[in-house]
Design a protein around this ligand. Structure first.
Ligand code: DAH
Length: 343
């Protein structure tokens, strides 16, 4: 070993560089730290790298002497750094795994989803029954011309249903615009807009100036049906109602028609279903009054039709045993949960 080292390289400096590197590696507590340590102690500008660069200017003896020391120290640091790197990587993986651990024994948090409102699910059921028979859905506005809601349906000017006690007028009783009191004006719209033959079903909201109580609500829903074709009469109405009722209430249900009066049908009937041991009134129906067809310019000597209409709230009451109509409008989701998924 040379007695006097080259003035720019000393064993002491090199061993200090080694211990500084060892110290830094042992203190590094994260992979990020270790990256900085690697650059500082093994990078291009680290003390040992700079020392290595000086070897070229040394004598052959000194070069091999210091070269061996630097080489040993660098591989010493590299070995320690690699070990530390493996250790920190393992620790990181363990932290991730334990943070992401799923305890499958913890009770599930149940999230409540919404349900279809029972009125809508009942409407959907009805519409599907008729669509499967080839009917189309016809829609009309809730704010309707008084003429379509009453006159075109052969309801006379002085009919009590037109009074302010029963009908909501827009602005005033002379405006000629009402909130429709029934879905029947959609019949007239279908007659005016569609080409024959007509097979339509029309669900929607209707309005009457009633107080909200157990059996009344000022806003409720009806479903209207209308067929106009050649040779249509009472037997077709009967058979359609019967099929409809069986689909809605079960194959064992019976139906009956009782003579009644509606200005837009002639003859007219109330339809009843025998459900859970008693006859219940379900809606109105009849053979379309030729006057209604004529309003739409349809030749009633060639075409005839039938129509029917029923209340959805009423249907829900007796079909699903809902006792109070107010439950249908108050928006309590327990009600929707209970009845809304029933189809
Ligand atoms: N629109 C009637 C009402 O609200 C129900 C009705 C009866 C509709 C007979 C019809 C029908 O289509 O033919 O009371």
């Amino acid at each position: 070993m040379p007695e006097k080292p080259n003035n720019s390289l000393t064993e002491k400096d090199l061993s200090e560089a080694l211990s500084a590197g060892r110290n830094a590696i042992s203190k590094a507590s994260s992979l990020e730290d270790l990256k900085i340590v690697r650059i500082a102690h093994l990078g291009d500008k680290s003390p040992l790298a700079l020392a290595n660069r000086k070897l070229g200017s040394l004598s052959v003896d000194q070069r091999s002497h210091f070269g061996a020391i630097i080489g040993n120290y660098r591989s010493d640091l590299l070995g320690l750094l690699t070990q530390k790197q493996e250790l920190l990587t393992l620790e990181r993986t363990q932290t991730i795994v334990s943070n992401e651990k799923v305890d499958v024994t913890i009770a599930a948090v149940s999230r409540k989803g919404g349900g279809v409102h029972p009125l809508n699910s009942t409407i959907n059921t009805i519409v599907n029954i008729f669509i499967s028979m080839g009917y189309s859905v016809e829609e009309g506005p809730e704010v309707e011309a008084e003429w379509l809601n009453f006159d075109a349906l052969n309801i006379p000017q002085n009919h009590p249903a037109r009074s302010m006690q029963d009908t909501f007028y827009i602005d005033n009783a002379q405006s000629g615009i009402v909130l429709r009191t029934q879905t029947s004006p959609v019949q007239v719209r279908a007659l005016l807009n569609r080409s024959l033959p007509i097979y339509v079903i029309s669900p929607g909201k209707v309005f009457r100036s009633d107080e909200l109580d157990q059996t009344h609500t000022p806003v409720f829903h009806q479903v209207e049906g209308l067929v106009v074709d050649k040779g249509i009469g009472m037997p077709h109405l009967r058979a359609t109602i019967d099929h409809f009722a069986k689909q809605m209430f079960g194959a064992e249900v019976q139906t009956r028609l009782r003579p009644s009066y509606f200005p837009f049908t002639e003859p007219s009937a109330e339809m009843d279903v025998f459900f859970q041991g008693k006859w219940v009134e379900w809606g109105g129906c009849g053979v379309v009054n030729p006057k209604v067809l004529e309003v739409a310019g349809i030749d009633s000597s060639i075409y005839s039709g039938f129509a029917f209409g029923m209340g959805i709230e009423r249907t829900l009451m007796f079909r699903n045993g809902v006792a109070d109509m107010r439950d249908m409008v108050e928006g309590d989701i327990r009600f929707t949960d209970m009845f809304g998924k029933l189809e």
